[in-house]
Design a protein around this ligand. Structure first.
Ligand SMILES: [Zn+2]
Length: 299
């Protein structure tokens, strides 16, 4: 499932081509994805200019000049492809084995044609993704998808003090807490595993134990915040490198996840990569998801 760095990479790929571009035509090829398409979305958005392709958590936000917003979740396998005279590529090719959207494929469910001849196709073979419309005049704080979101981990509203406030009364494990999009957005299973390994914190640790009695963060919680920023930034940089050569055009390459060197994820039974640690990576299940960690150096 795409996490924040993957969605940010898609955004960076789309934005230079779609910002300022006028939507001439929208075609919807089926009634629903994970949820039904909003009624009249094609009528509402035809003729609109996209001000900016933005991102909030794992959502892409296509902000229109009339202040309405097309919100898109990529789900498991959603992807956007741009085709036109001068461009043909799928930014952030992370969905394995997916077919490149031409606008005519069996999984090309949503197609936007632009005034300058560009076509943006949303392809989603498994249809866990969705498209939602926030109408002009509705604030983001009122929207059911956006109002529940916590702060952006790379933005100014997230730091160790804020995280500590959120954790002080939580008895859930730190791993499950960091996956909660109301605490901080955009962190999925893979990156949380990496963050906790790099921070030397056990994924089973009770969240509130990382907060001091006076409500301030412990040094370990400060380390977690630093590592969240570092891991996500590394992944975004790695994703950026996949944008430069427009790979994905041919449709048969399989880049998989961004080439971040995962230290624990998927390495059950292998040696811990932390210098001077002689431990081995172990896999446990928390809330039905795999957790990989080193019991020797993560406490
Ligand atoms: Zn270790």
């Amino acid at each position: 499932m795409p996490e924040l760095p993957e969605v940010e990479t898609v955004r960076r790929g789309l934005s230079p081509h779609l910002d300022g571009n006028r939507i001439e035509k929208i075609e919807i090829r089926r009634p629903d994805l994970r949820f039904p398409f909003p009624p009249n979305i094609a009528e509402e958005l035809t003729g609109q200019v996209i001000d900016e392709v933005d991102r909030r958590g794992k959502y892409l936000l296509f902000r229109m000049e009339n202040n309405s917003i097309l919100l898109n979740s990529l789900g498991m396998s959603g992807r956007w492809t741009l085709t036109g005279e001068k461009v043909s590529f799928t930014p952030g090719t992370f969905a394995h084995g997916a077919v490149i959207g031409t606008g005519d494929g069996p999984h090309d469910h949503f197609v936007m044609d632009f005034q300058n001849g560009l076509r943006a196709t949303y392809t989603d073979a498994r249809r866990f993704g969705y498209i939602h419309l926030i109408k002009s005049g509705i604030s983001e704080d009122e929207d059911r998808f956006l109002r529940v979101l916590g702060p952006e981990p790379l933005g100014p509203n997230f730091d160790a003090d804020i995280l500590a406030q959120n954790l002080r009364n939580r008895s859930s494990s730190i791993k499950n807490t960091l996956l909660d999009q109301g605490v901080v957005v955009g962190l999925g299973n893979i990156y949380v595993n990496e963050v906790l390994n790099r921070s030397g914190v056990s994924p089973r640790r009770v969240s509130s134990s990382l907060v001091k009695k006076n409500g301030k963060p412990t040094p370990r919680l400060e380390l977690i915040v630093d590592q969240i920023r570092e891991v996500l930034s590394e992944a975004i940089d790695a994703g950026g490198s996949t944008l430069q050569d427009f790979r994905g055009v041919s449709g048969d390459d399989d880049l998989g996840w961004f080439p971040v060197n995962f230290r624990v994820y998927g390495r059950e039974g292998e040696s811990c990569l932390k210098p001077e640690c002689s431990g081995f990576v172990r896999r446990i299940v928390q809330s039905n998801r795999s957790t990989f960690y080193c019991p020797t150096c993560q406490r």
